[in-house]
Design a protein around this ligand. Structure first.
Ligand code: GRF
Length: 223
């Protein structure tokens, strides 16, 4: 379904820290007048810088600190209740560093989308830039994907690719990748608002009229 200003796409954005991906999404919504209603920003850390930014923008932002809950299940249940009350179409994990349990994922099946800083299925988990450098890959990237109960796994919506330099550090590589993450996540949000993203029965994703869904870093580095 194509969304309109009268019938906007409702999204919840989950963060844990800086929130630059959330900022890119919120800024695109404002700058491009996308038919998107960011119905909540949730951080599992009360001191997340992104939370303060969101509040400053007048976005409905709440801290739901996982430390305040006795178990993973209890935290997931509280998060689920908060989200259910708002009925988002999609839940966007934008640097949300908390593993969500299978029940939660099942409850929102096909509606949770994550950005991961590697070209999945390579390098799931943490320290992806370090993993990429250790393997000597020449291209690194990010993946926007639907989540499944398996961590950093699931139907791929879009990917962005950047070159790796021989003298890269994890920080340098992360800094090169970040603008690409923003670009790919924002494009995904546009597609969602246009109602073009379809999860196929075979577990892959089709985006109507987007035969190619990979972005290549503009700069080529010679060794
Ligand atoms: C991003 O690299 C994201 O892919 C990863 O954590 C980082 C979060 O950055 N999962 P930010 O909070 O969006 O600035």
């Amino acid at each position: 379904m194509e969304h309109t200003p009268e019938r906007p796409l409702r999204v919840a954005i989950l963060i844990s820290g800086r929130g630059s991906n959330m900022q890119a999404l919120a800024q695109a919504v404002a700058a491009e007048a996308l038919p998107v209603d960011i119905c909540t920003v949730v951080s599992n850390r009360a001191d997340a810088a992104g939370l303060a930014w969101a509040r400053g923008q007048g976005l409905p932002a709440v801290a739901l600190a996982h430390r305040d809950y006795p178990s993973r299940e209890a935290f997931d249940a509280a998060l689920q209740a908060h989200l259910d009350a708002l009925a988002p179409d999609y839940i966007l994990l934008a640097g949300f560093m908390r593993v969500l349990g299978a029940d939660f994922v099942q409850h929102f099946a096909g509606r949770i989308i994550n950005i991961h800083p590697s070209l999945l299925p390579a390098f799931p988990g943490l320290h992806t830039h370090q993993q990429a450098l250790a393997q000597g890959v020449q291209w690194h990237g990010c993946t926007v994907h639907f989540i499944t109960p398996v961590l950093d796994h699931g139907p791929i919506i879009a990917q962005g690719v950047v070159p790796v330099r021989h003298d890269d550090t994890p920080d340098a590589l992360a800094a090169r990748l970040l603008p690409m993450e923003h670009q790919v996540f924002v494009q995904t949000l546009r597609w969602l608002a246009q109602g073009r993203v379809r999860l196929l029965a075979d577990g892959r994703v089709r985006v109507a009229d987007a035969p190619q869904r990979a972005w290549l870093g503009a700069t080529f580095f010679e060794s």
